[in-house]
Design a protein around this ligand. Structure first.
Ligand SMILES: NC(=O)c1ccc[n+]([C@@H]2O[C@H](COP(=O)([O-])OP(=O)(O)OC[C@H]3O[C@@H](n4cnc5c(N)ncnc54)[C@H](O)[C@@H]3O)[C@@H](O)[C@H]2O)c1
Length: 379
């Protein structure tokens, strides 16, 4: 393949962030878009220079001038859309989460293998320059043997143009029976992937406490997990702080990562947001000195554009897989559901045993209690 011709399916809230990397790539053309909402599809096509506009996925998939598709439709449609695209002979990049159940994810991965096509899950964290640097540092041995991975996520309020312009319809399917869970499913999959990808180690046991918060939030949440190597553990907290202003260019949320090792530690001091005036990656060395990587680009968008470029390069080079693989996406789903199950059953859960899906007991949420829920959070 000398150029990659992409069709984008679903032109909602997140599509422009993924498409940026395709538009920047000198050997990629965004040739077609498809959305059931014609005006959305047309506006996206005009902006991205795509000449073909479809409102029906079958019509886009029948187009021989498309080599690969970027699937940005709501998560509950991923399985149907990915299988249809693979059947039509297209390489696929699909937004996270891969599917609503582990079994659906497995069927998608098997279909891609059988067809000899690339199935890549678009996960911005595995291309974040900050997290990529942290992984390189771990692998270099600079902090010795990693012993603990700590991930903090906080959601607050912000006043960004990005958040102001989000189409509220993109939140309806996240809050109802079309999703197996709320924020821990929709957003925390990024962190679960990061936990698995950072060390190339399986997670064999998870314990968690998940509390209900307003709308689709599930906070405060605390989870701990055991990697295959006994001397390495992970932990994660998720908090909701609706009255706390957060500096950001995107969502009102941020993440912090700390990897402790036998000889030192690594901090990644931001994710989605820009809360702290610190270098984005800091290493504390065994002799007490520190390295501040102030040169890294902390813009959250970089993880999206680097991921899209990587997908195009994988196709140009004829590689049979691209990061992140479907297999990692399946482990991510298992870890996500293990957190819910561990909290539901108050016992440690082996994520590798989960083949379906697990929801919190209050799911789908009763939004008529929204105002009472907000009062509990001091609003
Ligand atoms: N950081 C990230 O990587 C990130 C962030 C947000 C969303 N996402 C993921 O991206 C996906 C889309 O999320 P979103 O926020 O853009 O949702 P959205 O609802 O805003 O956009 C989905 C779009 O798909 C269109 N659509 C629905 N059914 C369709 C069909 N049958 N054929 C063609 N188009 C159809 C809708 O009209 C809508 O424009 C989800 O899987 C979500 O989890 C990823």
């Amino acid at each position: 393949m000398e150029r990659v011709r992409i069709g984008v399916i679903g032109t909602g809230n997140i599509a422009p962030l993924n498409v940026a990397g395709y538009l920047e790539h000198p050997l990629c053309d965004v040739v077609a878009v498809c959305d059931t909402r014609k005006e959305k599809a047309q506006a996206a096509a005009d902006e991205w220079g795509a000449t073909k506009v479809y409102t029906n996925i079958e019509d886009l998939l029948a187009d021989d001038e498309i080599d690969a598709v970027e699937i940005c439709t709501p998560t509950m449609l991923h399985s149907e859309h990915v299988l249809a695209a693979l059947t039509a002979g297209k390489h696929v990049s699909c937004q996270k989460p891969l599917a609503n159940t582990v079994a659906d994810g497995r069927a998608m991965v098997a279909a891609a293998k059988a067809a000899g096509l690339v199935l890549r899950v678009a996960e911005c964290n595995v291309f974040s320059p900050l997290l990529v640097k942290a992984k390189e540092l771990v692998q270099s041995g600079v902090i010795g043997a990693p012993t603990m991975f700590r991930i903090k996520t906080v959601v607050g309020k912000t006043d960004t143009e990005f958040q102001e312009n989000l189409d509220p319809s993109g939140y309806v399917w996240r809050f109802n029976h079309n999703s197996p869970g709320g924020h821990l499913f929709d957003d925390m999959v990024h962190k679960y992937t990061t936990a698995l990808w950072m060390f190339d180690q399986d997670i064999k046991s998870v314990q968690a406490i998940v509390r209900k918060a307003p709308a689709f939030f599930e906070a405060p949440t605390a989870a701990i997990w055991e990697y295959e190597r006994d001397s390495l553990l992970g932990m994660m907290e998720v908090t909701y702080a609706p009255n706390m202003y957060m500096r950001s260019s995107f969502y009102g949320a941020d993440e912090f990562f700390e990897i402790q090792g036998t000889d030192g530690f690594i901090w990644v001091t931001r994710g989605t947001g820009e809360m702290l005036d610190l270098a984005p990656v800091i290493v504390y060395h065994s002799d007490g000195t520190q390295t501040h990587y102030s040169n890294l680009d902390p813009n959250w968008l970089k993880g999206f554009s680097a991921g899209s470029k990587h997908f195009v390069d994988a196709l140009l080079e004829g590689r049979d897989s691209a990061d992140m693989t479907g297999e990692l996406a399946i482990k991510t789903l298992q870890l996500c559901f293990a957190v819910y199950q561990a909290s539901n059953e108050r016992r440690p859960i082996d994520p590798r045993d989960i083949e379906g899906s697990v929801s919190p007991p209050w799911w789908p949420p009763d939004l008529s209690n929204y105002y009472e829920d907000m009062k509990r959070y001091g609003q």
